[in-house]
Design a protein around this ligand. Structure first.
Ligand code: GBH
Length: 467
């Protein structure tokens, strides 16, 4: 059973679907730059055209309607709206595009959930230091206020930043996402910190300036695997699993939902490595300043992106250089009994979602939770009859039902990633997450419903009709 007003959705992100990278007055984003550099993305692919949703939005809307979604989660391209990242200049064509998307959704009885930032920083702001620069928080806040002002009369669910963990770590420590930096052991913490500051400023702006009139909610979307000890009897593995969770979910959820500061486990682990490597007294994890608005309490709901789980064993912290991997001092292991789908990182573990939801309920005082992303990847030859993905959604949705009905978790919505096959970041178009297949070899970019889309549509309609 699902609550009557449960949100049944699917999600996408601007750079992954829109294309139109130079359309009208759009400014460049760091993903435009990154993809055009050699060797960054699988097969030198890029999102110049992607699903061309900038021109083919009506096709996306048809897909949304075929699924019978109640909600659609999309992101706005900051550089499409504000080409140089600031409100000095507004690209009116960009405003018109998103106005049409929002109005069309509402006309079809679909509620938009809007992400302000899904990895695509305006390049003009990257040139000024990007997320490493403290001034980014004010620039983000100005952008957020512009969006609340422009679209907030119709949009009631806002996500400020999608997966700060991924931007910080993959973008600034591992260098496999834009902007492609590999500054190990320092940059990711600074970026995470500035993202939290930016998020908090935007939440306060909404709270003070828009909430009374617009009556929506604002949060940030946090990705996390579920982690459990490899050896259930080992206290070291148990501690490692807790560290892994602290370095992923806790990093952002502790400041926002628990204490206003980073988890002690995380601070401790970082300081231990600093001392061991001769940097004692240097705090690599930034401190929240009294000059900034408080971060604690800046979320109106919990937004979770869940994909997979890991077994964890102690170890990994003996490297001779500073790095987040070393700080975390925990090794991830794939349980051989878990099937792995199209991408190597995605082991299929639906019951991990139920456990993570229970953990969120217990740890963050039973918040309203939206599962803002969850999905299954295919690679290789086209399989419209994607039976494995069908099974995946079926068992995942049944775990969500158990979380609600047996564990009492306040889950308010579920968004499948993704509405359609799209540009899967460093994997280009080689990894497909869609409920609709997109034929990238055909100029029309035709969308065809997978069998999993049909089953998801059936699931939604049967629950909504009160089954
Ligand atoms: C989401 O991130 C993104 O929000 C979305 O845009 C994306 O399309 C979707 O996932 C599917 O990937 O270091 O190469 O082993 C999900 C969280 C965290 C999953 C990092 C992959 C490790 C990749 N991601 N994780 S790798």
């Amino acid at each position: 059973m699902f609550p009557r007003n449960f949100a049944w959705g699917a999600a996408t992100a601007a750079y992954q679907i829109e294309g139109g990278w130079q359309a009208d007055e759009k400014g460049l984003s760091i993903w435009d730059t990154f993809c055009h550099e050699k060797g960054r993305v699988f097969g030198e692919q890029n999102g110049d055209v992607a699903c061309n949703s900038y021109e083919l939005w009506e096709k996306d809307l048809a897909c949304i309607q075929q699924l019978g979604l109640t909600h659609y989660r999309l992101s706005l391209s900051w550089a499409r709206l504000l080409p140089d990242g600031t409100t000095r200049h507004v690209n009116q064509k960009g405003v018109e595009y998103y106005n049409k998307v929002i109005d069309d959704l509402l006309a079809c009885n679909v509620s938009p959930m809007i992400t302000l930032y899904h990895f695509d920083l305006p390049q003009a702001l990257q040139d000024q230091g990007g997320w490493l620069s403290p001034s980014i928080a004010t620039l983000f806040d100005n952008y957020a206020k512009f969006c609340f002002q422009t679209f907030g009369d119709r949009v009631k669910l806002w996500i400020t930043i999608n997966e700060p963990y991924v931007c910080a770590k993959l973008g600034h420590e591992d260098g496999i996402h834009a902007p492609g930096l590999k500054e190990k052991g320092t940059a990711a913490y600074v970026v995470g910190h500035n993202m939290l500051r930016a998020h908090a400023m935007a939440w306060h702006s909404y709270n003070l300036g828009y909430r009374a009139k617009q009556r929506g909610g604002v949060s940030l979307a946090l990705n996390s695997d579920w982690f459990e000890p490899l050896d259930g009897g080992s206290s070291e593995d148990a501690a490692a699993a807790e560290r892994a969770l602290a370095f992923t979910l806790g990093w952002f959820a502790w400041p926002v939902f628990v204490t206003g500061d980073y988890p002690e486990r995380m601070q401790c682990a970082i300081d231990t490595q600093s001392s061991r490597l001769g940097y004692a007294g240097v705090s690599r994890l930034p401190k929240f300043s009294e000059d900034d608005p408080t971060v604690l309490g800046t979320a109106d709901f919990f937004a979770l992106n869940y994909y997979t789980s890991r077994k964890v064993k102690a170890g990994g912290g003996r490297e001779q250089m500073l790095s987040m991997k070393c700080d975390r001092d925990a090794e991830d292991v794939l349980d051989p009994s878990w099937p792995v789908c199209g991408v190597s990182w995605l082991a299929v573990v639906p019951r991990g979602l139920r456990k993570l939801l229970q953990y969120i309920k217990d740890t963050f005082s039973n918040p309203a939770v939206y599962i803002t992303e969850n999905g299954f990847a295919q690679t290789g030859p086209l399989q419209i009859e994607d039976v494995q993905r069908c099974d995946f959604y079926k068992s995942t949705i049944s775990e969500v039902a158990k979380a609600i009905n047996e564990d009492g978790v306040n889950v308010c919505g579920y968004f499948a990633w993704s509405l359609m096959d799209n540009f899967e970041w460093a994997d280009g178009f080689s990894v497909r997450f869609g409920l609709f297949h997109v034929d990238f070899s055909d100029a029309k970019l035709s969308r065809t419903m997978y069998r999993s889309g049909q089953e998801y549509a059936r699931t939604i309609s049967s629950y909504r009709s009160g089954k």
